[in-house]
Every structure is written in C-alpha cells, then in structure tokens.
Design a protein around this ligand. Structure first.
Ligand code: NDP
Length: 240
C-alpha cells in the first residue's frame, strides 16, 4: 500500500488531505503539533505523528518511524504553514524568521529527510503547498508572500534535481479557503500594525480576510492534492 505523510494535518487543508488520501487507499501519516486535534483522523485509521516543523528532532523521528513501520514514503505533502501579516517596518524580524522556519525551512528539512528514500525507490512525489500568494502580492503581506515565493523557487529547482530519479515535485496554489488560516492572519496583522500609521490598510486587509468565511471548503484543495498525487504525469502547478 502506498504511504503518504501530510504535515499541518491538525486542521484545515492538511486534515482534509489526510482524510481524502486515506479514502484513496493510502496509508496516511498525519503530522502536527496539536495531536489531540488529530483524534478524529486517528479514529478513522490515520496514523498520527506529533511533529513541529521547526524542530529537527521531531521531523527526524517522524520519518524514521514511518520507514521503520512501512519501509516507504510515496507522497510527502508539505502543507504546514501560517500567515504573519503586518507592515515591513512593524514586523519584528524574529517573527519574519520564524515564519520562514515554518513555511520554508520545515518544508526543506522534510525534503532532506524523505527524498533519499524516494530516490532509492526510484519513485515518489513531493507536493508543496504554496499559495496564490506565491504568485501575487499585496501590501502588509511582504513576509508571507516572501515565504511562498521561496516555496515556489525551491520547488522548481528541486523538481529538476529529482526528475532523473523518478521523483516528481508539485506545487499547489490554493486561493481563499475556509480554515483557521484567516483568523490567525488577522490576529497577527492587528497585533503588528493595528492602530498605527498603517491602520487604514490594516482595516482593508482584515475586512478582506474576514470574508474568507465564505470561501471554499478545505476538501476542494484536498481533492486537488489527491489528483496531484495520483496523476500519471502530474502538472508542475495546480491552482484552485
Ligand atoms: P490552518 O491554520 O487551518 O492549518 C495550518 C496547519 O499548519 C495546522 O495543522 C498547524 O498545526 C500547522 N502548523 C503551523 N505551524 C506549525 C509548526 N510549527 N509545525 C507543525 N505544524 C504547524 O490553515 P490552512 O489549512 O489554511 O493552511 C495550510 C496551508 O495552506 C498553509 O501552508 C497555508 O499557508 C496554505 N494556504 C492557505 C490558504 C487559505 O486560504 N486557507 C490559501 C493559500 C495557501 P499545529 O498548529 O497543530 O502544529
């Protein structure tokens, strides 16, 4: 049976993806920090890993466990991520660095841990969740967009590196999806730039994000990810 590892599986897109991959017949490992939030998945037979993508030890142990139990990883879905918003002059650089740790370096570390197994098997698929924000940009989103543009560039180079070994690299670019992402982004935005010189821009962007309640359900993207995992010849990018 094919094996998939999905990060950021305690809510939103990752949770829905773990569920849909399992329905598609994969043995699925769901990874996140909040293990209790993955009890619903565990009850459905998904295997749960406590993993913080900023903690090397938890990623190393998680991958080791999957290989020990199954001997393979066919699909890696690098989905964990969040949006830290605010004016460039207001966002503390430590926060910007942390966002890179989660959205870019966590993804890259998992690639380092998983791709040798895929390479040796001569097959595998790495699916990196970027964003429409990896193609376009908006004010007060400089650091989030920077992380997603980095995911795009890293994925494009990686695709060329791994192609000779039969490993595909696919980028997913979700548009607005109804998850915890919007609330976290607004909270960060207001904490960082609310009430200051950028208050008017903050109001506009927060208003836009609050409409995400009416956005698509996470299953829409989960279905796209399953399609990308299963396609005989996957596209380089899927937007939805
Ligand atoms: P959610 O906030 O619902 O889910 C984010 C997931 O990432 C959670 O499961 C969270 O798990 C995990 N995560 C965050 N930080 C860490 C960390 N340090 N280590 C491990 N896991 C972490 O948001 P979405 O489902 O919307 O987001 C999934 C991906 O989709 C993100 O990369 C996001 O940028 C991208 N995206 C989302 C869009 C949207 O409109 N919702 C649009 C475009 C892209 P836990 O806290 O338990 O660790």
């Amino acid at each position: 049976m094919k094996v998939a590892l999905v990060t950021g599986a305690s809510s939103g897109i990752g949770e829905a993806t773990a569920q849909e991959l399992q329905k598609a017949g994969y043995t699925v490992y769901a990874a996140a920090r909040r293990v209790r939030r993955m009890e619903g998945l565990a009850a459905k037979g998904v295997r749960v890993l406590e993993m913080d993508v900023t903690d090397d030890g938890s990623m190393t142990e998680g991958v080791k466990k999957i290989i020990a139990e199954t001997g393979r990883i066919d699909v890696l879905v690098n989905n964990a991520g969040y949006g830290s918003y605010g004016a460039v002059e207001d966002v503390p650089l430590d926060e910007a660095r942390y966002q890179f740790e989660v959205n870019v370096f966590g993804l890259a570390r998992l690639v380092q841990l998983v791709s040798p197994h895929m390479r040796e098997a001569g097959r595998g698929r790495i699916i990196n969740v970027s964003s429409i924000g990896g193609r376009i940009y908006e004010p007060l989103g400089a650091w989030y967009h920077s992380t997603k543009f980095a995911v795009e560039g890293l994925s494009d180079s990686l695709r060329l590196e791994l192609k000779p070994f039969g490993v595909d690299v696919v980028v997913i670019q979700p548009g607005g999806i109804k998850t915890e992402w919007g609330g976290i982004a607004v909270e960060n935005l207001e904490k960082t730039s609310g009430g200051g010189a950028y208050a008017e821009q903050v109001k506009q962007l927060a208003g836009f994000f609050s409409q995400m309640d009416r956005a698509s359900e996470p299953k829409v993207i989960a279905d796209v990810i399953v399609k990308a995992a299963e396609a005989r010849r996957p596209r380089t990018r899927y937007a939805a």
